[in-house]
Design a protein around this ligand. Structure first.
Ligand code: AHR
Length: 498
C-alpha cells in the first residue's frame, strides 16, 4: 500500500526532552540483582560491583534518567537499611516480588554509582505508603546536603564526602494501589505534607513528582491537580500494554498469532488518548503547562516465561515490542509540550526489558534497538510530520493506523525521520513531501529494524536475529522522499548536507 505525508522542516515544534527516553529499574526479580549488580567479588566483569557489559550497552543508547528503587518496592523500602557496610545491612523480604530475600546490598551509594557510570540523572522514588515524613526528609538531606547535619555526617561516615546532585524525587508510587490503597483526596493531602520536607539544599533544586493516575483514572488526575497541583512540578501516569487486556491471562511474549500482534499494537496506541485526556484535565488547572506529565511506567506486560518465578516478571521481547516502543515514542513526541519524561518498565530482565542476562551472558532485545534508533531525537527540535497513516485491520471493523512516524532536527542541523510499519503482513510505501527544505545536495542514510517472523526475537544462542541493518529502500526526488518499509519494521532516516 502507498501512503503520503508532509514534513514541515521550517515549522519548529518544540524541543523533545531527552528524558522521554528514560528507564526504570526496580528491586524486582533479576533486574537489580544479577541484571545490574553482581557484587564486588563477582567473576563477571564489573566496576565497583556493577556489570560492565550492561553499563556499556546502556551508555550506547544514552539513558538520560533512571528511576529507582520502585515501583511497588519503593513504598516498602527503608533507605537506611541500604547504607553502611554491606555485610551488616538488614535482610528483608521482598513481599511484592516473589517473597525473596532482599539483602540490601544495592542501596543509595550503589545507585548513585550506577548513575555516575551511566552519566545519567537519578530519579529517586520515596516511600509514602509505609514510610514517615521524617524518613523521606532525611533521605533528601543524606543525598543532597553539603553542610554540617546529622544526615550529611552519616553520609560522610559511609564514604561519600560530597553531596550528590539529585534532580528528580517521586513522593510515593501507585498510592492508589500497592502504595497504600489510598483515595485521591487522602493522597493529595499526604502529598502536600510530604513534599514540604523534600528540601532544596545548597542550590540542588528538586523536581517534585506526585503520584498520578493508573491509566484512565481521570478522577485521580482531577483531584490531584485541583488539590495539590500548585505543590508539584510533575505528576505521573502508568499504563501497561497487555495483548488480551486481562491480568489473569495477559498473552504470551512469543508464539502468538496475528490477532495478538494487532491487539497489542492497538492497546499500545491507547497511550495517545490517555495522554490527551489527562492533559485536558491538567490544562484546566495549569493552563500555562508548568506541571509536567511523566509516564514513569510504560511497556508491554505478558505472561511470564514458562518455568520462571511468577513474581519475577521475566518475559521475552520480540519485534512486536520494538514496534510498541517506536509508536509509543511517536506518541510522546506528539505530546512533548506536556510529557517531559517517560521511563520504560524495566531496564534489565523485567517486563519490556532492553537487556536480558543469563549468568555472564547478555543479549540486546529488539526494544533496545528501538531505543538505539530513536536516540537521535533526544533534545532535538520536533518537526511536524503529518502522515496519512492509512488503515490496518484484521476484521474490517477494528482499525489502527498502518504507519506511524515522527521527525526532528538535531543541534547539528541533521533531520531525523523515524517511521514504523505496524502491519505484520505487508510492506508500506510512504511518500513524504519535504516542505521548507532544499533537497539539492541532501544525502540520506537509512537503518532498519525488521522481523523475519511475527514473533522474531533474540536468544542467547541467536542474539542478532533482530538487529538493525543498513536500509536503502528510499528515493529522494522532486522535493520528496519515498520510503518502502518492510512489514513489521522501524526505519530511521537521517537527512544531512554532505
Ligand atoms: O513495573 C512493575 C510494577 O508495576 C511496579 O512495581 C508497579 O509500580 C506497577 O504496578
Amino acid at each position: 500500500m502507498a501512503y503520503r505525508g508532509v514534513l514541515n522542516a521550517d515549522l519548529p515544534g518544540g524541543i523533545l526532552n531527552r528524558n522521554l527516553y528514560g528507564h526504570f529499574s526496580e528491586h524486582l526479580g533479576r533486574c537489580i540483582y544479577e541484571g545490574i549488580w553482581v557484587g564486588e567479588d563477582s567473576e563477571i566483569p564489573h566496576t565497583n560491583g556493577i556489570r560492565s557489559d550492561v553499563v556499556k550497552a546502556l551508555r550506547q543508547i544514552r539513558v538520560p534518567v533512571l528511576r529507582w528503587p520502585g515501583g511497588c518496592f519503593a513504598d516498602e523500602y527503608h533507605w537506611k537499611d541500604g547504607i553502611g557496610p554491606r555485610e551488616t545491612r538488614k535482610r528483608m523480604v521482598n513481599t511484592h516480588w516473589g517473597g525473596v530475600v532482599e539483602n540490601n546490598h544495592f542501596g543509595t551509594h550503589e545507585f548513585m554509582e550506577l548513575c555516575r557510570q551511566l552519566e545519567c540523572e537519578p530519579y529517586i522514588n520515596g516511600n509514602v505508603g509505609s514510610g514517615t515524613v521524617q524518613e523521606m526528609s532525611e533521605w533528601v538531606e543524606y543525598l543532597t546536603f553539603g553542610g554540617v547535619s546529622p544526615m550529611a555526617e552519616l553520609r560522610r561516615g559511609n564514604g561519600q564526602d560530597e553531596a550528590w546532585k539529585v534532580s528528580y524525587f517521586g513522593v510515593g508510587n501507585e498510592n492508589w494501589g500497592c502504595g497504600g490503597n489510598m483515595r485521591p483526596e487522602y493522597y493529595a493531602d499526604l502529598y502536600r505534607r510530604y513534599q514540604t520536607y523534600v528540601r532544596n539544599y545548597d542550590g540542588n533544586v528538586i523536581h517534585r513528582i506526585a503520584c498520578g493516575p493508573n491509566a484512565d483514572d481521570y478522577n485521580w488526575m482531577e483531584v490531584l491537580m485541583r488539590e495539590a497541583g500548585r505543590f508539584m512540578d510533575s505528576i505521573t501516569l502508568h499504563y501497561y500494554t497487555l495483548p488480551t487486556g486481562e491480568w489473569a491471562d495477559k498473552g504470551d511474549a512469543t508464539g502468538f498469532g496475528e490477532e495478538a500482534w494487532f491487539h497489542t499494537l492497538r492497546r499500545a496506541l491507547h497511550m495517545d488518548e490517555l495522554i490527551a485526556r489527562h492533559s485536558t484535565i491538567m490544562d484546566k488547572y495549569d493552563p500555562e503547562r508548568r506541571v509536567g506529565l511523566i509516564v514513569d511506567e510504560w511497556g508491554t506486560w505478558y505472561n511470564v516465561e514458562p518455568g520462571t518465578n511468577p513474581g519475577f516478571l521475566y518475559q521475552q521481547n520480540s519485534i512486536r515490542d520494538a514496534l510498541v516502543a517506536g509508536l509509543t515514542f511517536n506518541i510522546f513526541h506528539k505530546h512533548s509540550e506536556r510529557v517531559r519524561m517517560a521511563n520504560i518498565a524495566q531496564t534489565v530482565n523485567v517486563l519490556q526489558a532492553v537487556i536480558l542476562t543469563e549468568g555472564e551472558k547478555l543479549l540486546l532485545t529488539p526494544t533496545y534497538h528501538a531505543f538505539d534508533l530513536y536516540k537521535v531525537h533526544q533534545d532535538a527540535e520536533r518537526l511536524p510530520l503529518d502522515l496519512e497513516a492509512g488503515v490496518y485491520t484484521l476484521d474490517g471493523k477494528t482499525e489502527i493506523p498502518a504507519v506511524s512516524g515522527t521527525a526532528s532536527r538535531d543541534r547539528e542541523g541533521r533531520i531525523h525521520l523515524s517511521l514504523c510499519n505496524l502491519q505484520h503482513g505487508s510492506e508500506a510505501e510512504v511518500a513524504i513531501d519535504l516542505r521548507g527544505l532544499e533537497t539539492e545536495g541532501l544525502t540520506v542514510r537509512g537503518t532498519v529494524l525488521a522481523g523475519d517472523a511475527i514473533d522474531a526475537h533474540n536468544t542467547f544462542d541467536q542474539p542478532d536475529r533482530v538487529a538493525p541493518k543498513t536500509f536503502e529502500s528510499f528515493r529522494l526526488e522532486g522535493g520528496g522522499l519515498t520510503v518502502t518499509l518492510p512489514a513489521m519494521s522501524i526505519a530511521a532516516l537521517e537527512l544531512a548536507r554532505a
